[in-house]
Each structure stands twice: as C-alpha cells, then as structure tokens.
Ligand binder design. Structure first.
Ligand code: F6P
Length: 748
C-alpha cells in the first residue's frame, strides 16, 4: 500500500509538469499554425492570381482597345465558375472599376481592394463568408494596362485550417498520453529499481545487478547507507528502550504459569544478609558477592526459601526456632534458612576444598590447587548436610531447587536421591576448565557425577559448557547428545546450557534517590582529599588473586611513566574487600597489593597527592554506587572470571551516559559488553594504553558506548537470566509429567 502511494506521488511529480507543458505548447502553437497556413494559402492564391491575370491579359488588352467589353465580361463570368473563385473585378489604371462579376461587392472600390491586398492578412468579410483579396496586373507588351481583382473563397482555407488545428490537438494529446504512459512505467520501474537497488546495496550487492558481484564504485555509498540506517535504527531502539525487559512481575507470572506456583528453594554457601555483632548492637551487612547480587532480586520476586551458611557473628541471635529469618530485614519477602557449620567443617569444606582446591582449579590464574583428603571429606559431609536441610525444608516432593556454585558440586545428586521428583537447577558461577586441567582433581569423577544429578546445569558462557561436556566425555561413561546439549548418565538427563548472569536494573524509583553525579564526585573528592580536576578511575573487587588487581596497578604505574602529564591529575581508587583471609594465599596476596600500592605512591606521589587510594575494607552498596558515579573510568581486569557483575553495576550506575569501562577479555562479561575497551590484563602496556584512551575519550564517544552498554545490561538483566532457566525448567517438568502419565498407561 505504502509502495503504491509512493509510486503515485513519484509519478505525479512527472505528470503535472508534463500536462502543463503540453497545454502551453498547444496554446502557443495553434495561432502560429493559423498564421502559417494563411501565409501558405495566400502564396498559392497569389500564384494562381498571377497565372490567371497572365492568361487573361491578351483578352483584356483586346477588349480595352477594341471595345470587346461583352466578350471580356463573358470571359470573366466563365473564369469565376472555378469553385474557389468567388468574384472578379477589373480596375483601370486610374482606379475605376471597369468590369465585375456577380458576387463582387459593389462597395469594394479599386483603391480599397488594392489596400486590402497589400495587408499581411488580405481578408475581407463579405456576404456569404470571408474572402481573400488579391490584385494582379494585366500586362501587354507596352506594360501594365489594368488590374485584375480576384476574390477567393476563404471558407475552404478555414476548413483546412480547422482540420489542421484538430490534427495538431490530437497529435499533442496523443503525444501527451504516450509520454505520460512511458513516464508512469519508467517511474514505476525506477521506484522499484531504487527500492530493490537500495535493498541490494544494503545486502552488499550491486545496485543495477543485484544478483552479481557488487560494483566497487557503489561500495562507499552502500557503506554510508548501511551505517546511516544502522545509526537511525540504534537511535530508535534506544529511544524505545529494551524490547522485552524482564521484570520481577514477569518472573512471578512465569512461576505461576510455567511452574504452576511450585515452591522455589535456593541453596548457596554465602548468605544474602549477614548479622554482625557491633558495639551498638547487631548490624546487617551485605556481602561482596556477585552471586548474592544476582540471586537476591530473583528471590524477592519468587519468595521461597534460601538456604545458606550462617556466617555472621550475630546470625544465631536473630533466627527463630527453625533457624529461619525473614529477608530482606524488615521487608520479609522470602525466608532465609541458616545452616551452622563448625570451624572444622568451614575450614575443610569452604576454605579447603572449595577455595584452595576447586577455585584455583577452575580459574586459570596460575595458582596451584591444593587437594587434601580431609578437606574432601568435609566437603562431602557439608554437601550432605545441605541436602538434608533441602529435604526438610521442601513442602512438596517435587520442588524447584536452585543450587548455586562450586561449593555444592555433590549436592544435586544427593537431592535427586532423596527427592527424585525435584527439578534441580545448578548454576556454576565460576569458569569451567578444560579436561586436562580438571583431570588433576583426585575426585573428578565424584564431582561430575554429583553435578549430573542436576536437571539443568548452567554456566555463564557456551565455552564453559563445552569444556564441561568434554570433561564428562573424558571421565564418565555417559551419553552425550551434542545437538541438544544434554548428557544422559545412569538414565538421568542433564541439560547443559549457558545462562549469562546479570544484575537487577535499577528502577526509576531507586535512581530518583541517588545523589547527582556532581554530588557523588564532590563527596569522593572531599573524602579522599583529591583535587577537583582529578581524573578518577575506580576498581571494585574482593581481594582475590583472580581479579587482576596487581596487574591493574602496574598498568597505572606504566601510564604515569609514559604520560607524566597525569602525575598529580589522575588517581585510581581501589575498593578492595578483604576476602578468605584465613587462607595464606589470600593474606599474601593482600600484602602484595598493599606493597605495590605503596611503592607506586612513593614513586609518583607527594605530600598532597597519591596516585593509588587503596580502600581495604568492605563497602556497602550505596558507597560502591557513589564511587561508580564519581568515576571517569572503571577498571575490571580479572585474570579469569565466570561473568563479573562489577562492570554491569558500573554501567547501571551511569545514567548520565558517561564514563568508560575497561574490561578484561577473560571475564565472561566481555562477550556481551563489546563496547567496553577490552584488554588483556597480562599485557601491562596494553592496559596502560587503554586507560590513556579512556581518560582522553571524547564525550560523544563515551556516550555512544555507554548508551549501548546500558541497553544490553538493561535488556539482559538478572530476571531474564532466572526467567530463562525457570522457563527451561517448566518445559522439562511438563515433559517429565507427560512421560510419567504415559508410563502409567503402559502399566495399566
Ligand atoms: O562469584 C563467584 C563467587 O565465588 C561466589 O560464589 C561467591 O559468593 C563470591 O564469589 C564471593 O566469594 P565468597 O562467598 O567466598 O566470599
């Protein structure tokens, strides 16, 4: 329809001027034509008149000298019988009318006839129509003896002229119609041609011959067209916001529809709220944990029960008789069930096997894993204790249990044994190594078997899924269906799928409570004693050797060496929450970080300036958000990371669309956040160059990159992550129920 309207509009652009031109041509041509025809006929008549006068000259001469008037009159009367000749008059040289035939007007004197004949339009109106007046000399040898006045009938000429006019009009009209038709067809073809040509260009083909190889001359045009269209499309999409932004309501409705309101149980080692005994009473702390950041909003949307290790010094004080406490504190949207571990259990299961064994095993950070038999035993026992608690908390025999992370590799199979109808969604928040690396684990088969108790096993990236499937292939007798990404082990199927985790996108209500960017900047500058014009880079991490904190500081040192203009004008604010400090590896790492910061500060600092501000303490959410908003650059330089949600939090905090993200290519997030400056954190020069580029990046480019990053994180938020897993779970549960019914029919 639109195409038709466009074609008609295009055609009218041609047709209207065409019609106007043809009408103007006809208007001008017709009188011209009339004058031309008259001139041609006058010339004809003059020739005829001269001929007649010559033919009659002898007779006239005879009649005038021999008084042969009657004979001459008869001759004139006979001559006038020519159908085109109306009348003839004979004038003497002194202007007397000597003879005239019938029909010659009595009023037409010889001098009047001569005057009329001398005009350019020698026409005269007489009774019976208009006539052409011509005066022709009759000569004898001695010279002119009289003038012959011939009156020719003009009606015949007018008829001819009328005919010519009609033919001309018909010709112009026919010409007009033909041109119009050609125009219409050409316009139609041109429009289609242009449209398909433009489409062909956009597809990367030639304009005129879309099926053949693209012409190189059109390449710049095609590229321009494509890039402009893409820009317009980007602007439009940004304006619209995400197509299908997942919200808590959507997740809740998914639970009602796909999972028919089934109960959700989450199991993780780290609890979402830690109650600590402080001088003024009990305080609540949020741990620095990507897992908690991601799962907590999902739990708030789903309600249900979250089972976790109660690690806070005042945790026991606030739980009820069943070790339950409602969360979030004061809002009570879900139940937190705490499990207490002895120091020995915690040492063996958490610090030992999980963090000295599995953590370095899965992260390629070149820290050697330590496997101890005692740790493994503790790990098994604690997994069993959590499995028992899951069973005791389950109100039905087929709950949806979401098992989180590497602390619980054995838990899925343990739950499956006790609750065969449960749908177990396990998510491995850290990378999965290649089969060779994993093979050094003495209990690799037990771990894989435990994980294959899951209905769905999720990783952040397809690469981690691939590594896991290959590891199973090497170590277990299992059937792998690569096409469906499923592993069948001992008659149980596990879907291995990638679900990139994310954060909760801040609501408008929440962002309205945030201090302005300028205020955040002022607060940070004042608190850290910075100068107002300092460029600020931030790093927000747990103090973990996988986070690339040392490499980041080395990059800052290199930046200051290569660009001394930044000395006194640039700072790195590194918020580093102490983590797993019981472990020697972590304590030594903390020392290294402190020493390096001090060395750089000694080298480039002064009494009033420190390039590195190392804040080795836990920061609450609001304080972290303030740092994000105050920063010019955010540095995420993990040596290896499952996803890393710090980069997503930074992007979510920058509603001013400013600030630059420098992101390690070894973080799972680098796959999605391609508009960040992607770096290899092991390459100090490359990182220094990226920081320099970030510090000097023009604002429009910052905005362009940030707007796109924000759109990605907003669209692929944590509700989508959970929603995708739960949708898959709903589908598998439905299939399970149908299979069970089919089985029953068979038995019956
Ligand atoms: O994101 C990976 C992760 O290991 C989470 O499982 C964990 O909550 C977080 O890092 C922090 O570690 P931890 O709980 O040992 O302090």
């Amino acid at each position: 329809m639109l195409e038709l309207v466009n074609t008609i509009r295009l055609q009218l652009r041609f047709l209207v001027p065409l019609v106007l031109t043809l009408v103007a041509a006809a208007y001008l041509a017709l009188p011209l034509m009339d004058r031309l025809t008259l001139r041609w006929f006058s010339r004809d008549l003059d020739l005829r008149g001269t001929l007649l006068a010559n033919a009659l000259s002898d007779s006239i001469s005879d009649a005038l000298t021999n008084e042969g008037g009657a004979h001459l009159q008869a001759l004139l009367n006979r001559a006038v019988q020519d159908e085109r000749l109306v009348a003839i008059g004979l004038c003497s040289l002194d202007g007397h009318l000597l003879h005239r035939t019938a029909g010659y007007p009595t009023t037409l004197t010889c001098s009047a006839a001569r005057q009329t004949a001398a005009r350019s339009d020698p026409l005269l109106k007489i009774e019976g129509g208009s006539v052409h007046v011509g005066v022709y000399p009759a000569n004898e040898e001695s010279g002119r003896i009289a003038d012959l006045v011939l009156l020719h009938d003009m009606s015949f000429i007018e008829r001819r002229s009328q005919d010519t006019r009609e033919y001309l009009i018909i010709l112009i009209a026919a010409l007009g119609v033909t041109i119009a038709m050609i125009t219409v067809v050409v316009a139609q073809l041109s429009w289609r041609g242009w449209v398909s040509g433009a489409r062909a260009l956009l597809r990367g083909e030639g304009l005129l011959r879309p099926m053949l190889t693209p012409t190189p001359e059109l390449a710049p045009l095609a590229a321009d067209l494509r890039s402009r269209l893409r820009e317009l499309d980007d602007e439009y999409r940004r304006m619209l916001g995400p197509e299908a932004e997942w919200t808590p309501d959507q997740l809740r409705s998914l639970l009602r529809t796909q999972l028919r309101g089934d109960e959700i149980i989450v199991v993780s080692n780290r609890e979402p709220y830690i109650h600590e005994a402080a001088a003024g009473g009990v305080v609540v702390r949020r741990p620095a944990s990507g897992l908690v950041t991601a799962i907590e909003p999902v739990m708030r949307a789903c309600s249900g029960t979250w089972i976790a290790h109660g690690s806070g010094s005042a945790d026991r004080q606030v739980v009820d008789g069943r070790d339950h406490v409602s969360a979030p504190p004061g809002r009570g949207e879900y139940t937190l069930r705490r499990i207490w571990l002895t120091e020995q259990e915690e040492q063996g299961y958490y610090y030992g096997f999980s963090n000295e064994g599995l953590w370095p095993l899965c992260h390629v950070a070149h820290v050697r894993p330590v496997f101890r038999e005692l740790d493994w035993m503790a790990y098994r026992e604690v997994n069993q204790r959590f499995a028992d608690v899951v069973v005791s908390e389950a109100r039905s025999d087929d709950p949806v249990v979401m098992v989180q992370d590497y602390h619980f590799a054995l838990l899925p199979a343990m739950i499956r044994k006790r609750l065969p109808g449960a749908t177990i969604l396990s998510f491995w928040h850290i990378p999965w190594p290649n089969p060779e690396s994993f093979s050094i684990c003495p209990w690799r088969r037990e771990i894989l078997q435990g994980m294959l108790g899951s209905t769905i096993l999720g990783f952040h990236t397809p690469f981690h899924c691939k590594n896991f499937i290959e590891t199973v292939d090497r170590n277990l007798e299992a059937r792998i269906e690569h096409e469906h990404s499923t592993i069948s082990f001992r008659d149980e199927d596990t879907l291995v799928e990638s679900y990139p985790i994310s954060i909760e996108w801040p609501s408008a209500i929440e962002t309205a409570t945030w201090p302005s960017i300028e205020q955040c900047r002022r607060n940070v500058i004042q608190r850290l004693g910075l100068a107002a014009d300092h460029k600020i880079a931030v790093g927000i991490d747990r103090l973990d050797y996988t986070k690339g904190v040392l490499e980041r500081m080395q990059a800052v040192e290199r930046l200051l060496a290569q660009h001394p203009e930044w000395i006194g004008r640039f700072v790195l604010v590194q918020a580093a929450a102490p983590s797993r400090s019981v472990l020697l590896e972590y304590r030594s790492f903390q020392r290294q970080v402190r020493h390096l910061a001090e060395r750089i500060n000694r080298r480039y600092g002064s009494a009033s300036y420190r390039p590195i501000h190392l804040l080795m303490e836990h920061h609450e959410r609001e304080a972290v958000n303030e740092l994000y908003r105050a920063a010019d650059v955010c540095l995420v330089t993990s040596l290896h990371d499952g996803m890393n949600v710090v980069c997503k939090e930074f992007v979510a905090a920058r509603d001013d669309q400013r600030g630059v993200l420098v992101l390690s290519r070894f973080a799972g997030a680098a796959r999605e956040m391609t508009e960040a400056l992607i770096v290899n954190p092991y390459h100090v020069e490359e990182c220094a160059a990226a920081i320099q580029r970030a510090l000097t990046m023009p604002e429009p480019e910052q905005r362009e990159r940030m707007a796109s990053l924000r759109m990605t994180v907003r669209e692929f938020n944590v509700y989508r992550w959970a929603g995708r897993m739960l949708t898959d779970a709903g589908r598998l549960r439905l299939r399970q129920r149908i299979e069970a019914r089919v089985q029953r029919h068979h038995i019956a």
